[in-house]
Design a protein around this ligand. Structure first.
Ligand code: GLN
Length: 277
């Protein structure tokens, strides 16, 4: 079959996705090791039987809902193309808002920053590319996530980032960070959306946080104050309906200038505050 024929028949087969045409193009690009423009330029080129089989196997997995990022092993975030794995969350575009807010803060030239629950390393590595003078620490409970984030770090040779295993602050010596950021698990244990879409394939450890989804946000808010410099900032991602609760957590922990920003869907998504000793 030619590229055009294969895409046409595969798109027709992939009825469960919202974007069957795009999914098929991404999977075929991955299998052929080419850019999307190649498919448009050479629609009449024939695809070998082996490549067709490889493509069809991925398509079968996509049809039952497996996220594209896991099938092709990578996801774009900020200016980076990050390796992903089922050991941790796939970076989301909403999280780029957290990166933008961090870049807008007034911080020392050589700020010391901590990313709690780094997963692929997305937030820490995006900030590292923008702020080469920052000293950045990124931790995750899961060793597989630590290894993944470290591979992503090495890929972009970001020497200002150190990645290691820690259960939140457990393995971090008391010290003063200028900025602490986290996209922790924040979904309620019985949220019906856990049985829909991409999240079905992502680890619960990266998604779920107790009955109200706030267990980890509570812990991070209360413990951060021991690890912040005077005037240091804490930035947190949270669920669309958790803005008020997270503002209250920060205020109760003693943070000032507490503010929430909405993502591109208009959902409250990032709450942050400043801590004075
Ligand atoms: N934003 C993700 C979702 O709702 C959840 C991310 C998280 O728990 N940190 O799909």
């Amino acid at each position: 079959m030619t590229i055009a024929e294969l895409l046409q028949s595969a798109t027709a087969a992939n009825q469960l996705s919202d974007s069957p045409g795009l999914d098929c193009e991404l999977l075929l690009c991955f299998v052929l090791g080419v850019d999307p423009s190649y498919l448009k330029t050479w629609p009449e080129r024939s695809v070998s039987d082996a490549k067709q089989l490889e493509f069809e196997a991925l398509l079968q997995r996509r049809v039952v809902g497996e996220p594209i990022a896991y099938l092709i092993g990578s996801q774009g975030f900020w200016s980076l193309d990050l390796e992903v794995s089922p050991a941790t969350l796939i970076p989301r575009p909403e999280t780029e808002l957290l990166v933008e807010i961090a870049l807008d803060l007034t911080l020392p030239e050589q700020a010391k920053m901590l990313d709690l629950g780094t997963g692929t390393g997305a937030i820490a590595l995006a900030l590292a590319t923008e702020r080469s003078h920052w000293e950045i620490f990124a931790v995750d409970l899961q060793q597989q996530a630590v290894d993944l984030a470290e591979r992503n770090r090495q890929r972009y040779q970001l020497e200002n980032v150190s990645v290691f295993a820690s259960d939140w602050f457990a393995a971090i010596a008391v010290q003063q960070f200028d900025l602490i950021v986290s996209n922790p698990p924040y979904i309620e244990a019985n949220d019906p959306h856990l049985s829909q879409g991409d999240v079905r394939f992502e680890p619960a450890s990266a998604l779920v946080s107790g009955d109200d989804g706030l267990n980890d946000l509570r812990l991070v808010c209360s413990q951060s104050v021991d690890y912040l410099a005077d005037g240091g900032w804490l930035l947190l991602e949270h669920g669309f309906d958790q803005g008020k609760a997270v503002r209250e957590l920060l205020e109760r922990a003693g943070f000032a200038l507490v503010e929430t920003r909405a993502d591109l869907n208009g959902c409250e998504r990032i709450t942050f505050g400043c801590y004075h000793l």
